[in-house]
Write a protein that binds this ligand. Structure first.
Ligand code: SF4
Length: 336
């Protein structure tokens, strides 16, 4: 096991983890709420350092990232555990279990993972994803450091539930983020995820202020976060605080984990798409077959710059230096 960072010793052998806003007080022999940080003899350990539970070469669009090396592939890695406990979790087999409950995990180290990443032809880097990467912070940071030294990119797909100090420290190592903004209501966060809204908003602002590549995903769930007024407040906040060029992915919910509500109706997604387009330059529908609403349009002349069909990406009207081929408008897409 690898000693964790970001904790302080308390009375009676307890430790307080300060990695995420839960700030769990962990008694000896116990885990924090994420199930993968363990107090052993008054020290906090990460049980998921080098314990990979999922490893795949994925299209970058699957993260989803649409404005970061479009059409390329990235080696994607995940472990076990999560600091949120969303009732609708779409990846609960990894995220809602500790490392010992995950029979498929393999043990590795950053150097071995790097050799694998470099051996894959056409791979642009490493995506830390599947479960919540912040709960394997130490492993992610060590891998990301080596990846940069090897000329690879690092991508984080996260719920954004991290304290500011560890996030600030991580920023130089990460090239692109996709952060879930699950709703624009603290009540939703408390009831449905066990977290709070404000720390996620703060993480988004820290990432945007650092000028890191940022995209946002919002899973639209019928009856739980389908208020048009609340949604409009959210996209207005994104435009004002983060910028209207931040891509927003509206994702269709399907029944999963502890939630059995029916899937999001297409008409609701289309309505939210229209609302979001009133504030943001780049809005996409995900988890649906809708080529029209998964294309990137020029904000100036509306030419379709990048078209997508499932995971096939066509940069037909985007110039190699990232401009609209029709009107020359510079589009915020990272191409190299
Ligand atoms: S990272 Fe885990 S142990 Fe640490 S505060 Fe968050 S939930 Fe608790």
């Amino acid at each position: 096991m690898h000693e964790a960072r970001f904790y302080i010793s308390e009375k009676e052998g307890k430790v307080r983890c300060t990695l995420c806003p839960h700030e769990c007080l962990v008694a000896e022999g116990k885990h924090g709420s994420c199930k993968v940080r363990l107090n052993q003899d008054g020290k906090l350990f990460s049980e998921v350092y080098g314990r990979i539970a999922a490893l795949n070469l994925d299209p970058i669009e699957k993260k989803p990232l649409y404005h970061f090396f479009p059409g390329q592939q990235i080696l994607s890695v995940g472990t076990a555990g999560c600091n949120l406990h969303c009732l609708f979790c779409q990846n609960d087999s990894l995220s809602q279990h500790g490392v010992d409950e995950n029979r498929h995990s393999i043990t590795t180290d950053p150097a071995a993972l790097m050799r694998k990443a470099l051996a894959v032809p056409g791979n642009i880097g490493i995506a830390y994803t599947y479960n919540e990467p912040f709960v394997f912070y130490e492993f992610m940071a060590d891998c990301a450091r080596q990846a940069h030294q090897a000329g690879l990119r690092n991508v984080v797909v996260s719920n954004g539930y991290l304290n500011p100090a560890p996030l600030q420290e991580l920023l130089p190592l990460i090239d692109a983020f996709n952060i879930d903004l699950k709703a624009f209501s603290d009540d939703f966060y408390r009831r449905q995820t066990g977290g709070r809204l404000q720390p996620v908003l703060e993480s988004l602002q820290i990432i945007a202020e650092a000028k890191k590549h940022l995209e946002i995903t919002n899973l639209v769930i019928p009856t739980l976060n389908d208020s048009a007024e609340e949604f409009e407040s959210m996209v207005q906040w994104i435009a004002e605080k983060l910028g209207k060029a931040v891509p927003l992915h509206l994702s269709r919910y399907f029944p999963a984990y502890r939630l059995s509500l029916p899937p999001t109706p297409s008409v609701l997604l289309e309505k939210f798409y229209r609302i979001a387009r009133g504030y943001l330059d780049f809005v996409y529908l995900g988890n649906v077959s809708d080529d029209t609403r998964s294309a990137t349009y020029c904000p100036n002349c509306l030419a379709p710059l990048i078209t997508r069909h499932r995971y096939e990406t066509n940069l037909n009207r985007l110039t190699p230096d990232g401009k609209c081929a029709d009107c020359g408008y510079p589009v915020p897409v990272v191409l190299n």
